[in-house]
Design a protein around this ligand. Structure first.
Ligand code: NAP
Length: 311
């Protein structure tokens, strides 16, 4: 009898195929109470994205739940403490997505500073024949601040080194083995940089960390890039800072209420927007699906989990 695995999230077909090949896999709408009630007694595993809300009440409805395997590195939607109380391990997919997210952070930084999207429109619309595209902002050699110097933050730093950028950071703790300048908080860091890239986890600890004071410290020539979680940035404060030109621009992959993006941001030409696609390549999503599956297979064959969440 194959193990029953449930998800409320949509995954690419190559991940669904793999889950179907190994498990009795079902994907339902979270609001479909009848489908959930019908499946609940047999479900032994959940597969989810890290921002999907899996709280104690949901776990209580799944009496035979043994493991939550996330297809993401972040786990801000999961009540990990409640899972631990219930003896339910949570796994995530660290490392395999680091390069892609760092690549996108650099793409957004270049995109907003060099105005790549507006430049594309300038060519396509025929405006080029009526006049030159306005000069924009040099990235190479400028000052980068990274908020959260973990796997992704360090991969961003490595790429920025190749651009001759000076690199500073803030994190919970100083990284003595790394050659970058440590700041005790985001506001102090923002004051001394041209580009501020956010790559912390989401969740209660970082909620609203990039607030009006941090944006004012970044200043009218500074750019904010967020590849972390929408919750880390005070979104109304960001919109106000952009509207009032208190910062120069923003490159955003994540938002507070995805897929809803504040209308004010959609109307601005000093922002570059992406649909939470940091890890969104075929190669990386395949690796994430493989790792999530490998964690499930390890659990159900009594082996050690590959990548348990230890928080
Ligand atoms: P990681 O290795 O755990 O790094 C997280 C970094 O954030 C660490 O340097 C940590 O500091 C720092 N940090 C944590 N809490 C903080 C706080 N309260 N104040 C300041 N710094 C804090 O994680 P990762 O693999 O780099 O992933 C980071 C995050 O990226 C994920 O949690 C997820 O939210 C986001 N992400 C986004 C996408 C996307 O599609 N856009 C894809 C993947 C991941 P210490 O080193 O001092 O502990």
């Amino acid at each position: 009898m194959p193990v029953s695995v449930l998800s409320f999230d949509t995954f690419p077909s190559f991940i669904v195929d793999k889950l179907n090949a190994n498990f009795d896999f079902n994907c339902i709408d979270k609001n479909d109470a009848a489908a959930l009630a019908a499946l609940a007694p047999k479900v032994r595993a959940l597969v989810a994205k890290g921002e999907t809300v899996i709280n104690d009440a949901l776990m209580a409805r799944l009496p035979n739940l043994e493991i939550i395997a996330l297809c993401s590195v972040g786990y801000d939607g999961i009540d990990v403490a409640a899972a631990r109380r219930r003896g339910i391990p949570v796994t995530n997919t660290p490392g395999v997505l680091t390069d892609d997210v760092a690549d996108l952070a650099i793409a957004l930084m270049l995109g907003v500073a060099r105005r790549v999207v507006a430049a594309d429109q300038h060519v396509r619309s025929g405006a080029w024949s009526r006049g030159a595209f306005p000069l924009n902002r040099k990235v190479s050699g400028s000052r980068l601040g990274i908020v959260g110097l973990g796997r992704i933050g360090q991969a961003i730093a490595k790429r920025a080194e190749a651009f001759g950028m000076s690199i500073a950071y803030t994190a919970r703790g100083r990284k003595a083995d790394l050659p970058y300048t440590f700041y005790p908080n985001a506001q102090a860091l923002a004051k001394d940089v041209d580009f501020l890239i956010v790559s912390t986890p989401g969740g209660a600890e970082t909620r609203g960390m990039i607030n009006a004071a941090v944006l004012d410290a970044l200043g009218p020539d500074g750019y904010l890039i967020n590849v972390a979680r929408g919750s880390v940035v005070d979104e109304p404060a960001l919109v106000a800072a952009l509207q009032e030109k208190r910062i120069a621009g923003a490159g955003l992959d994540v938002f507070v209420d995805e897929p809803n993006v504040p209308a004010a941001l959609l109307a601005m030409d000093n922002v570059v927007l992406a649909p939470h696609m940091g890890s969104g390549t075929v190669q990386t999503r395949t690796a994430m699906g493989d790792l999530a599956c490998a964690n499930l297979l390890a659990h159900f064959s009594g082996k050690a989990l590959l990548t348990p969440v230890l928080a």
